[in-house]
Design a protein around this ligand. Sequence first.
Ligand code: BES
Ligand code: ZN
Ligand code: ZN
Length: 498
Amino acid sequence: MTNIKLSATAKIPTGKPGRVFVIGVTTQDSKLVLLPHRLETAALHELDLSALGVSSKLESISRFPGPDGSVLALIGAGVEELDEDSLREVAASAVRKLDGAKEIVFDLPTDDDRDAVSVLEGALLGNYKYASAVPNDLGKGKPSVKQSITSITVLTDKKVSSGAIERSRVLAQSVHRVRDLVNTPPNLLFPGSFADIVGKEAKAFDVTVTVLEEKALKAGRFGGILAVGQGSSRPPRLVKIEYAPKKSKQHLALVGKGITFDTGGISIKPAASMVGMKYDMTGAATVYQAILAIAALKLPVKVTSYLCLAENMPSGTAIRPNDVIQIRNGKTVEVLNTDAEGRLVLADGLSAASELNPDLIIDVATLTGAARVALGDRYSALMGTSDAVSAVEAAAFDSGELVWHMPLPAEMRERLNTDVADIANAKIGSTAGGMLLAGVFLREFVGSTKPGAKPQAWAHLDIAGTANNEGAAYGYTPKGATGVALRTLVTVAEGMSR
Ligand code: BES
Ligand code: ZN
Ligand code: ZN
């Protein structure tokens, strides 16, 4: 994908075989109409488009002969006016449907340069289908992007900067990497192999990687990560990645849940709920690729990412319900449900991040099934302190990602009271507000434990509903891992660079 030529131009390329012109179709007064375009299409006006199967429905595409051996593709653009995100979606579905195309030219209405870049970004994001489960693991096998495409052009008279075009390339590439990592089968991707991938891949970026193995985790008192990982023959890891450019005013810390497989542990999941639990490391993959993208874009903001990696397995060495463990910040936790493991590894990550006193901490996690129950699979849940929530909400909106602000009710805290530790990790016998209760638990590990310390800005993204698309591909969302939240994180970092 790296090599696809991207351009924005007002000059209409000539027709030739392998080149596809994409024009949008909408419905007005119950008649099909082409969206404003630049290409000469007089020949189409003679045709009864609906009789030929053309439709304005999203995901619908019809092909006609274009000039000089080229193809003219009419893509359903829905009936609403195209905003930045619907341009992404429409461009993406065209790319997904245009098998074999070499050069794709988008002739869609663009009101400004952001619209034009959105077309390119959507086209790149949509060019993805997980290709290989064979020991490709580490990105060396079959690529997940269409190899036929050599160039993507957007026709526009707006001036588009090369920086904006390169940004869309970096974002799409990073989203693709998240998807590849998450889609990788869990026999191939486990804490040690994940840490090795980071060690190798990050070498090409201006970042420093520190991998804490078991001994260092013990010495560092990372009791949550160790406890969750202790049932697996494949030991846990904490990966710390730092990007510290010379010029930076602010510091962003990112913490990701990286359970490479979540069986539930001794509180084992039913067979059907366990399928898909390879996705439980999405948070870690996201904060990992986000910091690489931020480094690639050379943003003047300091960033530290923590990948909290463990495999949650039941075994003779696994943690059991009623065990009491101690988190990095000194607080003790009674584990009442070993399937509420994400909050235990994040507690360590949030404690470590808090020690750095960053301007903002964001954690990303496939944390609760309750997130899916509450918000479905298109809205990620957002919780946290009010300034942090506003910043993430604005960045998500700019990126075209959907988040919904949920509360952290203080009175829920007492549901986690226990006689034997500072806090329990779950409320047994009640599922009420499960997503909120998880957030209330995490809050206990945010901020310095030193008396008089200033409050820590913090946002929590529960992406359990949005990380994985179980249905068919739509827009730029493929089947399987979606890569959600990465663009929001990079946009937050951009906001902190100004
Ligand atoms: N990894 C799961 C959450 C999850 C569920 C993600 C479905 C994606 C899809 C998490 O570790 C978990 O099992 N949470 C429990 C918490 C409960 C035991 C308090 C849950 O949601 O049931
Ligand atoms: Zn779990
Ligand atoms: Zn989990």
